[in-house]
Structures are given as C-alpha cells and as structure tokens.
Design a protein around this ligand. Sequence first.
Ligand SMILES: Nc1ncnc2c1ncn2[C@@H]1O[C@H](COP(=O)(O)OP(=O)(O)OP(=O)(O)O)[C@@H](O)[C@H]1O
Ligand SMILES: Nc1ccn([C@H]2C[C@H](O)[C@@H](COP(=O)(O)O)O2)c(=O)n1
Ligand SMILES: [Mg+2]
Length: 215
Amino acid sequence: MGSATEATKDISENLLGHKKVTVVFVLGGPGSGKGTQCANIVEHYGFTHLSAGDLLRAEIKSGSENGTMIQNMIKEGKIVPSEVTIKLLQTAILESGNDKFLIDGFPRNEENRAAFERVTGIVPEFVLFFDCSEEEMERRLLGRNQGRVDDNIETIKKRFKVFVESSLPVVEHYESLGKVKRIDAAKPIPEVFEDIKVIFSSLASKVMKLVIISS
Ligand SMILES: Nc1ncnc2c1ncn2[C@@H]1O[C@H](COP(=O)(O)OP(=O)(O)OP(=O)(O)O)[C@@H](O)[C@H]1O
Ligand SMILES: Nc1ccn([C@H]2C[C@H](O)[C@@H](COP(=O)(O)O)O2)c(=O)n1
Ligand SMILES: [Mg+2]
C-alpha cells in the first residue's frame, strides 16, 4: 500500500486555488521537438498543452502593456520575468476546464521554478526532458519556417547559451529528485513518440489504479 499512498500524494496534492491538477513539465533545448510531441500527447492522452513561449507570443499580439518588453526579451533569447509568465500560465490553467497539463518550455530557470512552486503550490508529476544535440536543434530551428523572430542564427546561439546556463540546472534539480524522464529527441518524430507513449501509458494506468483504490 506504500506505493499507492505515494502515488496519491504525487497526483492529488497540488492545488491551484481550489483546483487539483496534474502537471508534466516538458523541457529541452530550443528546437528539440517539445511542441511537436506535445501535440501528439494531447491527441492521445487528453492533456492540455500550455507552451510558455506561445502564451508570451499571444501576449505580444494582444497589445498588452508588457508586449514590447516581452518582444525584446524573446528577440534577445532572454527569459521573461517569472511573474509575467506565471500569471499567463495560471490564467490558462484556470480557464482550461481540464485537470492535466503539459507545461512546455517552463520552468526555464531557477527563478521560474521556485516562483511557480511558491505561487501555485504545484509540484510536477514528472519532467519530460528532450535530449538533442545543438547541431540537430540548430538545423531544425533554421528550417522551421514559422516566422518566429527568434529563429535566426544570432538569437539561436543566445538561446543555446541561456539553455545551458539557466535551464539545464533546473533539469538537474528535478533529476536529483528522481523526477526526470529523458527522451532521445534526435530520433525521427514517430520514434520519439513511441518512446513517449511508454511513459504516458504507464501514467494513465497509475491514475486508473488510484481511481480504483479510492472508490
Ligand atoms: N524528431 C524530429 N526530427 C526532425 N524534425 C523535428 C523533430 N521534432 C520536431 N521537428 C521539427 O523541428 C522544428 C522544431 O520543433 P518544435 O517546434 O516542436 O521544437 P520546440 O522544442 O518546441 O522548439 P522551441 O523551444 O523553439 O519552441 C519543427 O520544424 C519540427 O517540425
Ligand atoms: N518560461 C519561459 C518560456 C519562454 N520564454 C521566452 C524566451 C524564449 O526564448 C521564448 C520562446 O520560447 P519557446 O517557444 O522556445 O519555448 O519565449 C520565457 O521568457 N520564459
Ligand atoms: Mg516550442
């Protein structure tokens, strides 16, 4: 029964306001394929995908007072202050109507991580980490063609530096807690998803067991 109790704690004891939620952080370098695979996970496992970068880009488009600051930071490959990004994530979670979320590209640094835990009380179920070489990520970003202001070689180099210096320590933090599930993201898209399916199918059966135990 020990493991069932632990699983209950992990899945249920995070609260956002009065809402209980399950969160998976999806981390990896720029262009490692996070967004691509989140779309697959949503389709198969019913999660809501919240990309911190997409939320920030939507904030720029909305004409918000923070828009210019966000735009400049994204162009420079810098990380936007946590309070801005967390507010966007909190609003999206509360408005979603869902109770399970893929939070993609967040937390990006220690400040993001600590502030999110402090403000929301949410501890991730696990971290899905996309492991990919810079050479491959650079090739993908330069071929992405989605009109992003940061998909140019100058900004890409800056984003890689920020990733190594600020984001990898967050992954190491979760690794020390035994929470990281590492994916070889250099494989072709369908093969990466096959590896991801193993992880999410086992999460789904863990949740099913919990439902049976508690009913
Ligand atoms: N496994 C893969 N093999 C080859 N190309 C891929 C793979 N996964 C994604 N791509 C392509 O690489 C590009 C970047 O993918 P995606 O946008 O999913 O990355 P990301 O990790 O979300 O990047 P960012 O952090 O910049 O948002 C896209 O053009 C996508 O089609
Ligand atoms: N937690 C975050 C996530 C993203 N940003 C900014 C800086 C990133 O370079 C940019 C693009 O993000 P992506 O779409 O690549 O995940 O958005 C941030 O400041 N903080
Ligand atoms: Mg993305």
